[in-house]
Design a protein around this ligand. Structure first.
Ligand SMILES: [Zn+2]
Ligand SMILES: [Zn+2]
Length: 291
């Protein structure tokens, strides 16, 4: 049985954003979950697979129902998805044992993620250090088209339209889930992933306030060229045709609180969409209609 735990549902900018005094951040500070959102990561119970390591991953795991992290896979190289790499040292390293009996996490890198890790942010150098010097990870590069088979699950990296960014198709028998941590810009879901039982997708930026319809991001702003908007994401949701869709990677800059998103949810349900917004610590059974 596949269960998806949303460890962190924020985007590149978490909620609260450090020192921000806006309405949404102040509410998140005061009320915590589900109003606050740490960096983007999730855990797949069943395959025992962590997806991405934002800065807050240690804290996210501490408050989670996860019991061990046997495997981790990275979706792409961006800072908000990788900067918690030192997790593997703090979680796995045995300091006192002679000889040390450190834990080991298998870290999977789809081909182009491995390429980009060698280029950006020192990710490859750091992970190699954790492998060679501390022995707390084993790095495994996945060639194009290569899958992970484990515990009765098959996990296939699917490259999105943006070069070097991957989603993951998770299959258990006839059941299928698509997990896309970020970067849907320009993506048209290919046939093999259409009609999945569950889709986990990044929410996309609020170019317009989804409740009032007012423009939120100025027309012609450069961010609109590189990031998918919420409207574009809804188009992808329609084409993908999942039985159920959960949106995550929710940016502070949207200016939308948890309660605002519940209203958006209701509005979209009224239009016949089976769509919800994730919140930190949400745990859902992938093959159920509702949780
Ligand atoms: Zn991101
Ligand atoms: Zn704020």
């Amino acid at each position: 049985m596949l269960r998806v735990e949303f460890l962190g549902t924020g985007g590149a900018i978490t909620t609260p954003r450090p020192l921000c005094r806006c309405r949404v951040c102040e509410e998140a500070r005061r009320r915590g979950i589900p109003y606050s959102r740490m960096g983007p990561a999730l855990y797949l119970h069943g395959p025992d697979l962590l997806v991405d390591t934002p800065e807050e991953i240690k804290l996210e795991l501490e408050r989670s129902r996860v019991e061990r992290v046997g495997r981790c896979i990275y979706s792409h190289w961006h800072p908000d998805h990788v900067m918690g790499r030192r997790l593997f040292e703090t979680m796995n390293q045995d300091w006192l044992g002679r000889p040390p009996e450190s834990g080991l996490t298998e870290v999977y890198l789809p081909e182009k993620v491995a390429r980009d890790f060698r280029r950006y942010l020192g990710s490859w150098e750091h992970l190699s250090f954790l492998e060679d010097v501390y022995g707390v990870v084993r790095l495994i590069e996945l060639a194009e088209g290569e899958k992970i088979e484990t515990n009765g699950f098959r996990i296939t990296p699917i490259e999105l339209a943006e070069d070097g960014v991957y989603a993951f198709l998770v299959e258990e028998g006839e059941r299928r889930a698509l997990v896309a941590p970020d970067e849907l810009k320009g993506w048209d879901p290919p046939e093999p992933v259409r009609g999945v039982d569950l889709a986990v997708l990044p929410k996309g930026l609020a170019e317009f306030d989804p409740l009032t319809g007012e423009r939120h991001i100025p027309e012609g702003h450069p961010v609109l060229k590189i990031e998918a908007t919420f409207e574009e994401t809804l188009g992808i949701v329609h084409r993908l045709g999942a039985r159920r869709t959960v949106l995550t990677h929710i940016e502070e800059m949207d200016g939308l609180s948890y309660d605002d998103l519940l209203e958006v949810e209701e509005k979209l349900r009224g239009e016949g969409m089976n769509l919800t917004f994730a919140y930190d610590t949400l745990l859902l059974d992938a093959w159920e209609e509702e949780d």
